[in-house]
Design a protein around this ligand. Structure first.
Ligand SMILES: [Zn+2]
Length: 217
């Protein structure tokens, strides 16, 4: 994929997140790997004002390589960078403050296996990373731990992180986790939902690895 295409993709990803209601204003951020650098949405720019020339290119030492509009990267660049530098298979990271995932995160609780689609995150739960101040190494470390063997996690009192081979996959997973969070909140109004067993979830995870659109391509 050319550099121009990746710039276009990241702007389109940010616009898409706002269009489907997962982000608002200047909250949330996206990044994608591009060779030995990565592209990330800038700090403090509302999506409606975002364009390719406002995307920031960083190296994996945390330095700006290119910022045509002299903007700073998202204040949450550290965990984007740490995820992509520690997980070589990850090509993109999406972070949102979306309503339903953030609501579940306020209780510091994981999403348990109440629905088979929990397996889109790669396991039998979507963990919740403990709270730490945004932009800190502590928060990044907490997220990295919560993402072990997973493609998504909640962040306590904050929001959601989804990762993928590319922006398309990371967006699809973020959208699905937001939907599952809404379902979980609705279910809890009625009581404690039945949970799937480890065996049932392993079967789904295996099936996803073989047949589904979540399969790595
Ligand atoms: Zn955030």
């Amino acid at each position: 994929m050319s550099k121009k295409t990746k710039l276009t993709s990241i702007v389109e990803a940010a616009i898409y997140l706002e269009q489907i209601g997962l982000n608002h204003g200047a909250t949330g951020n996206c990044s994608c790997r591009d060779g030995d650098t990565y592209l990330i949405t800038p700090s403090g720019i509302e999506t409606q004002n975002l364009s390719e020339d406002k995307i920031v290119r960083m190296n994996f030492s945390g330095n700006i390589v290119d910022s045509i509009s002299n903007l700073k990267p998202s204040s949450e660049w550290r965990f984007h960078q740490d995820i992509m530098s520690q997980r070589k298979e990850v090509g993109a990271v999406v972070h949102t403050h979306s309503i339903y995932a953030s609501t579940v995160s306020l209780f510091g609780s994981e999403l348990p296996p109440f629905h088979y689609m929990i397996a889109v995150a790669g396991g039998d739960s979507v963990r919740c990373a403990p709270y730490a101040m945004f932009g800190t190494q502590e928060l990044s470390d907490n997220i990295i731990n919560a993402l072990i063997d997973r493609k998504a996690c909640l962040i306590a009192n904050h929001g959601l992180v989804a990762i993928g081979d590319n922006l398309k996959e990371a967006l699809e997973i973020a959208e699905e986790i937001e939907h599952l969070s809404q379902l979980y909140i609705e279910a809890r109004k009625l009581g404690e939902p039945n949970l799937l067993s480890k065996k049932q979830m392993s079967e789904v995870i295996e099936r996803f690895q073989t047949y589904s659109r979540w399969t790595k391509v």
